[in-house]
Structure formats: C-alpha cells, structure tokens
Ligand binder design. Structure first.
Ligand code: AGP
Length: 598
C-alpha cells in the first residue's frame, strides 16, 4: 500500500509534500516528487521518510504549478533511492507514481529491455512509464498511451502520470487500488485517499476500476480504458479532520478490518517464483515460529499442512523456540512476523541458523530485519497496519501460508494438479466471501453489548479453528481487557470446565467441518452447566442456531480456509466490546505494535 498525491495548483511542490504527509500512514520507506518547472520535468526522490526529505529538498523553493508525489511501502524492490517513485521513461519526460502490485511485470520488462529500454530500478512499477513512452512514440496522446499500457498490464494499479509534453494536466488510472480526484476553486487534485484532498476541496470523486481521467485546472475528463466516456460524479464530503485521517472510520482498526479483502487480494498476487523458491527450500523437518497473532497463523498453517498434505510441520512460540527445539541441522524454520522486527522471533531464527537450519521469512515489512536474516522470504501485501491489534496482517499471513502449503503440496507430489487448482480457486475466492462477512460484521454489536460486562470468556474449537479461537481470545484480551482463553474444546473436561457456572461466556468457533459433531458435544457440556454460548457457525446451520444463545453466520468454505472467514466476527466482537467499554481499540494499554525486546 503506497500513497500517491498529484495537483495542478499554485505552489504545487509544497502542496504535494503536505499531501504526502497525510498519506504517510500508507507507506514511509521512501518518497519522491516530480514537477514541471520552466517546461522541464524535475524529479527529487530518496529513501526514508517524508520529513527529512522535505527538509533536504525544501519543495517550497521549487517554482511549479503541477506535479505528482509518492510515499512508498515497498512490495517489489527494497527501499532505496532508485526504487522510490515516481519512475521515469527513457526520455526523462514522463513520470509515474503507482500504488499496487503488477503481476506480469517481469515478462513486460523483458520485452521492453529487448526493445532497448533502460531501467533504473528493480520495481514492478517502472515498466509503466516505458510502456507509456512507446505509446507516445506511436502517436498516442498521454491519456491513450496510459490506457494502452493499462490494458497490457495485469494486477492492481492506481497511477498518476505526468509529462512535460502536457504541462497543464495529470493523467490518472485506477484498477483495484484506490484513487480519488478532487476539484477545488484553486486547482485539481488526485490522491490515494480522500483525507489527503480535504484541505483543498470537499468535492470528491473516486475513480472506478479501469477508468482513465485527465485532470486539469477546473475540469476532469473521465473514460474507460476502452475509450468510452464516463460522466464524472462528484460528491461533497462532510468529514471532520480526525475521522478523515481514518478514511471515515472511527478507528484505524475498523478501517484496517475493512481493508482485509484488498490486502488478501494483493497477497494472492505473490509472484509464483517466490512461493516456488520457498516451498522447494522446505527440507527436512519443518518448524513454524512466531509470536502472538503471528504464532496463531503458524498454528493454523500447521493444521492445514497436516490436514491437506499429511505433512507434519511444527508450530513453536518464538519465545520458547530455543528451549523446545534442538534438531535443526538440515531442517527448515519458517519465521512469521508482520513487523519483521519481533525480538523473540528474530532470536529464534538466529538460533536456528546458527544450528544449520534454512530460514524462510514471512513478513509484511520489506527490508525489515527478518528479510535480511532469511534465506528467502515472502512479503505479505497488507500495507502498513496502524492499529496495535493485528487484523489484516493476520489474514494476509494465512493467505500467504495457504499459498505456500498448496505450492509445497504440488512440488512434493502430495496434491494432484486438479485438486490443487480447485483449492487455489477457493483460496482466490475467499477475499470476496470475507467482504460479505465484513459488511455484516456490524451486526455483532448487539452481541458484544450483551456480553461486554463479562469478566472472562472461553474461546473453544477443534482442529484448525483452535488457532482461530486463540486469535479471537487474544483480540478480546488485548482490546477490551476482558480475560479470555482460547484452547481446544476437547480439553474442557480435563480441568477448564470447572470454571463454568451460570452465565459464563463460551465463544465457539463451530463451522460445518470435520470436527463439528464433537464440538456440539462440548457445547452441550458447557450449556448443561449454565454457560452462555456465542457461536460462529456456517450459514444455515439451524441445529447450532437452536443450541447457542447467539450466533454469527459465515459462508461455507473448504476446511483450511475457515480461519479466514471465522476470524472476522471475532475481530468485530473484540472491537465492539472495547468500544462499548469506552476504550480506544487503536491504542490498547501496555502494548506496542512491534515488541522489539526479548
Ligand atoms: C496481535 O494483535 C498483537 N499486536 C501481537 O500479538 C503481535 O501479533 C505480536 O507481537 C507479533 O508481532 P509481529 O507479527 O510483528 O512479529
């Protein structure tokens, strides 16, 4: 997830810098600005965050009335000056800022190199200005050349294009990644989200997929990439600043929960080469290690590898790794960490490497410590997560690990092609199913209201959803400070059930899967002792709806995908209990986004 800002107005460089500052939450590992000044295209960019960049470049001293800017969250190509956006074509007269992940950039780049183009970066984005350059050379307008390039590219792309040959307009194009356009009294603007535009205008339109817009002072022309004109539809935005920063949501956590589908879709675009390399590196005994939510992703993946491939890969808490694991020579450790900086996980991986293990990293943060520690790594595409509680990064970890599982199954001959493609189709369909669950998740609020004053709760499940139950308990604990414990439902009779008395809250994760029958037995045990049952169930499960006091329905999915759809209502439950308790879900007490101490 990156931030794009463009404008045609007085003091454009300073306005762009201000706009990028508002977009910094979308990415902050490198930054750049391209403007047209005196008929020439000027470019300044660098590794690092916006403030030091602005201090060095001082945009207010650059005289220009049009430009584009970008603040980066690296997905392809480590954070460095060369990989910062905007990127130029060979002539240095076309600049492009991009947000998204291009799927077929390698084959496009190969063709461009063969046709003599020179590249300055190893990003996916840089193919775009060179494709546009070829369109201009073929006599197309900047808009048509951009549209032609978009038709050749597969993947998510929101782009702003600037050319010294068109010094009074910016061309924008959008597919999956967001791009908003604003028209104000003093100029025209485009940005990756609405809040960045609000200081300049409240008349906003969101570009739709596969639309191209040409923005100039006081006017916007929009058409589809096929050339069909589209009537621009501007709406007046009535947001106050604080809410605007969160995209209209009351908290970053809720915003990031709603970003889960696009984060998963982006993570489903992982280049096959990365997955193939990682899966072929899984030699010997394989361990998964992580902390907190990332450990729960490890646990879920361990169940998936076992259930789908009969491969026994062992999940281990990072903080316990060195005490639990000794057999590492010639084996493999997969480290999972959203921040890539969790000290426990880094320590576990250093220990593993020192004892001869191969290390595969799975992280949301390119160029984090885990990437340099790993023999190979996979970067989830969750984008920056501001809320302390992991939400979209957890689901993207599951998606990445599921892709790795399928790839490993194919490479090991444990999954027939036909079965694997069916499972991959289900995996590719799960973001849309999650979208539906998220849309309904506000319906959990009355259930949260009913139980918000409880002092404790059990989160129970069997099979892969033990990981989901543990994640749901962690969310409730860390956000609402209600004591909650997630564990295998079958364990209840071995002690925990002694806590259960009238009104004790038991949250069951009970979708229609191979363990549902046994979970019903556990539910009845709890009910017999007066417990209150809130169950996440598969749509239409009337039997469970008749047993539980409260239910939330999720769509049916293959068993290994249940953690994805079942976690969402538990995130929402924890969020609403916290809000109902008057707490700030974005800043829970005692916690940090990344625990960089042992
Ligand atoms: C989860 O909501 C917490 N923020 C915490 O458990 C977190 O998952 C854990 O600290 C691991 O962080 P990492 O993924 O950055 O390594």
């Amino acid at each position: 997830m990156c931030g794009i800002f463009g404008c045609i107005c007085s003091s454009a460089p300073r306005v762009i810098a201000d706009g990028l500052k508002r977009l910094e939450y979308r990415g902050y590992d490198s930054v750049g600005i391209a403007v047209i000044s005196g008929g020439r295209l000027l470019l300044e960019k660098d590794k690092g965050m916006i403030d030091p960049f602005v201090r060095r470049v001082d945009p207010s001293r650059i005289s220009a009335e049009i430009g584009i800017g970008h603040t980066r969250w690296a997905t392809h190509g480590a954070p460095c000056k060369e990989n910062a956006h905007p990127h130029l074509d060979c002539t240095g007269t076309i600049a492009v800022a991009h947000n998204g992940v291009l799927e077929n950039f390698l084959e496009i780049k190969e063709g461009l190199l063969k046709r003599g183009h020179r590249f300055a970066s190893n990003t996916d984005t840089e193919v775009i200005p060179h494709l546009i350059e070829e369109g201009i050379r073929d006599g197309l307008s900047l808009k048509s050349a951009t549209a032609r390039a978009a038709k050749m590219i597969k993947g998510a792309m929101a782009i702003a294009v600037l050319s010294s040959a068109l010094p009074d307009s910016i061309v924008c194009m959008k597919r999956e990644s967001p791009l908003a356009i604003g028209i104000g009294k003093k100029g025209a603007y485009c940005a990756s989200d609405v809040p960045a535009l609000l200081p300049y205008t409240d008349m906003i339109m969101q570009l739709q997929d596969d639309q191209v817009a040409v923005i100039s002072r006081g006017q916007v022309a929009v058409e589809t990439i096929a050339g069909k004109p589209v009537k621009p539809r501007f709406i007046k935005i009535e947001w106050e600043a604080g809410v605007a920063e969160k995209g209209g949501y009351p908290h970053f956590m809720l915003k990031e929960m709603h970003e889960q589908p696009i984060a998963m879709r982006s993570t489903l675009k992982l280049p096959h080469g990365f997955l193939d390399r990682a899966s072929r590196m899984m030699e010997g005994r394989v361990y998964l290690t992580g902390s907190g939510t990332s450990y729960h992703a490890c646990l879920a993946s361990s169940y998936a590898f076992s259930k789908m491939l009969c491969m026994d890969i062992r999940p281990v808490y990072s903080s316990e790794f060195q005490d639990l694991v000794c057999d590492l020579e010639g084996n493999t450790v997969i480290g999972v960490s959203q921040s890539g900086e969790t000290a426990d996980t880094l320590s576990a991986l250093r220990y593993a490497k020192s004892r001869g293990a191969k290390v595969i990293g799975i992280t949301n943060t390119l160029a984090s410590s885990i990437t340099s520690l790993s023999d190979t790594y996979i970067c989830t595409q969750g984008g920056p997560e501001i809320g302390v509680a992991a939400t979209k990064t957890f689901l993207t970890q599951l998606i990445a690990l599921d892709q790795l599982m399928l790839r490993a199954g194919l490479n090991a001959g444990r999954l027939p092609e036909g079965v694997a493609s069916g499972l991959l189709a289900s995996l590719n369909g799960v973001p849309s199913l999650a979208e539906g669950v998220i849309r309904r998740s506000e319906g959990i609020r009355p259930i949260a209201q009913k139980y918000s004053s409880r002092r404790s709760a059990y989160f129970l499940a069997r099979g892969i959803n033990v990981a989901t139950a543990m994640e749901g308990a962690l969310k409730l604990k860390e956000l609402s400070y209600m004591h909650a414990e997630g564990y295998p439902a079958g364990e209840s009779k071995h002690g925990p059930i002694s806590l259960v008395e009238g009104d004790f809250l038991c949250v069951f994760v009970a979708p229609r899967d191979s363990s549902r029958g046994r979970v019903i037995g556990n539910m009845m045990e709890m009910k017999a002792r007066g417990a209150r049952i809130f169950a996440v169930v598969t749509e239409g499960d009337d039997e469970l709806k008749s047993i539980a006091d409260d239910t939330f329905e999720v769509p049916p999915v293959p068993e290994f995908l249940n953690p994805v759809v079942c976690t969402i209502p538990l995130q929402a439950f924890a969020y609403y209990v916290a809000v109902l308790r008057g707490l700030d879900p974005d800043k829970p007490r005692n916690l940090a986004k990344s625990v960089t101490v042992l």
